[in-house]
Ligand binder design. Structure first.
Ligand code: LLP
Length: 384
């Protein structure tokens, strides 16, 4: 996937680093825009996946909104060109200070996850003399068939309000003077590859809207969250996720009311494939079953394998050997979970070889830490 010139450039850079292919990001954004424009749907990019300012400016330049989960993300989104009128603020534990940030900046909507949170937003909006738009995040009780660490829509999840409590929550919300209920919000999980959960989500959303209609209420906004997955096994075969078929499925199954806006909050699907983490091989240590390839990146740079058992495609960018061997690719951190993958076949790898971890644009750089007092990874782009 990387041409000779890119690899030559990589050889001159300090490792480990993240490398972003800006052309691929633009192509992804162009396809996403075409897919949602077809039906007039709106997208709020989920900053939690990657809040790198260069990436954010690219995304905002396409006219998309932002989905934030902290006061700092709201501030970053505003700094990077997302208008307040397109910012939604989600999260199960918003602090008073963060709510204030949202209200003071007149963001489009708070996605609210409990009755108590509604009351707090109402109080803070009152103090500021404002009316805050809110959407209720309903837990739809749907299994997204994804990694259990990122499956959020099941009944016992900490997220959202039980969908069976819709009517009582709406009734309580209607009594609060400084909030305006404008919509419903759902999110069923992340890295969803199967389209069936989205069909079920549309059904649940339709049921919920029917209940609201019986209460004489038609809300102008429906937000179906994010979650569309990407191809980690073979990124080159699918550099851009199939936004179009998902939108077609939504269009075929969601009952959209007149003048209602449909929103999505994609993170991973937008940025995962444009990012690669590149590390250098420090040592090769033969073991009984395999060889350890010890690289200069660890879970402080890319935590997904250690935290979720996630697998990123690993490639040796330097090796000229025809011979292939088995490797456990591991990092330098003093923890036995600092392992990127085990028993993988790579061309014979030697000290100094550059190793690429593909599909690292989402939940990579942003989740880096300074554990062991390591430096944060550097960042480079395909163009300046
Ligand atoms: N909206 C809400 C309410 C969310 O909780 C999330 C992700 C998104 C949107 C964006 O989902 P996406 O389109 O990226 O799937 N760190 C994990 C993923 C955590 C996802 C958390 N919520 C990972 O590395 O796989």
């Amino acid at each position: 996937m990387f041409d000779r010139d890119s690899i030559k450039r990589f050889e001159t850079l300090d490792t480990p680093f993240y490398y972003y292919d800006i052309q691929l990001l633009r192509k992804t954004l162009t396809q996403l825009k075409a897919a949602v424009d077809k039906y007039g749907y709106k997208v709020h990019y989920a900053l939690k996946a990657n809040a790198n300012t260069r990436i954010l400016k690219e995304i905002s330049s396409f006219g998309f909104g932002a989905d934030c989960v902290s006061g700092n993300e709201v501030t970053r989104a505003l700094e990077c060109g997302f208008p307040a009128s397109k910012i939604v603020f989600a999260g199960v534990g918003k602090s008073d200070k963060e709510i204030e940030t949202g209200i003071k900046n007149n963001i489009f909507c708070f996605n609210v996850e409990s009755l108590q949170e509604l009351e707090v937003i109402n109080k803070i909006a009152g103090t500021e003399g404002k009316l805050a738009n809110v959407a209720l995040r309903l837990n739809p009780g749907i299994d997204a068939h994804t990694n259990k660490c990122i499956n959020t829509g099941l009944a016992d999840s900490k997220f959202g309000i039980d969908f069976n409590k819709l009517e009582e929550t709406v009734t309580a919300a209607q009594k609060l003077n400084n909030i305006k209920l404008i919509g419903l919000h759902f999110h069923i999980g992340s890295q969803i590859l199967d389209k069936e959960p989205y069909r079920l989500l549309c059904q649940r959303s339709n049921e919920m809207q029917d209940k609201l209609s019986l209460m004489g209420l038609d809300l102008p906004e429906i937000n179906l969250g994010g979650g569309l997955g990407v191809n980690y096994d073979d990124p080159d075969s699918e550099p851009i996720p199939d936004f179009e078929s998902l939108m077609d499925i939504i269009h075929a199954n969601l009952h959209v009311r007149e003048k209602q806006n449909v929103h999505f909050e994609f993170g991973r699907a937008i940025v995962a494939q444009c990012g690669t983490m590149v590390a250098k091989t420090l040592y090769i240590k033969p073991a009984t079953q395999t060889n350890f390839a010890i690289v200069d990146a660890g879970f402080t740079d890319l935590i997904r394998p250690a935290l979720y058992g996630a697998r990123h495609k690993i490639e040796n960018l330097s090796s000229h050997y025809a011979q292939h061997d088995k490797y456990d690719v591991v990092g330098p951190i003093c923890e036995s979970t600092d392992v990127f993958d085990t028993g993988i076949t790579l061309p014979k790898t030697v000290r100094g070889d550059l190793i690429a971890f593909r599909t690292a644009g989402a939940y990579g750089e942003i989740m880096a830490s300074r554990y062991n007092l390591r430096n944060l990874p550097s960042v480079y782009y395909s163009e300046n």
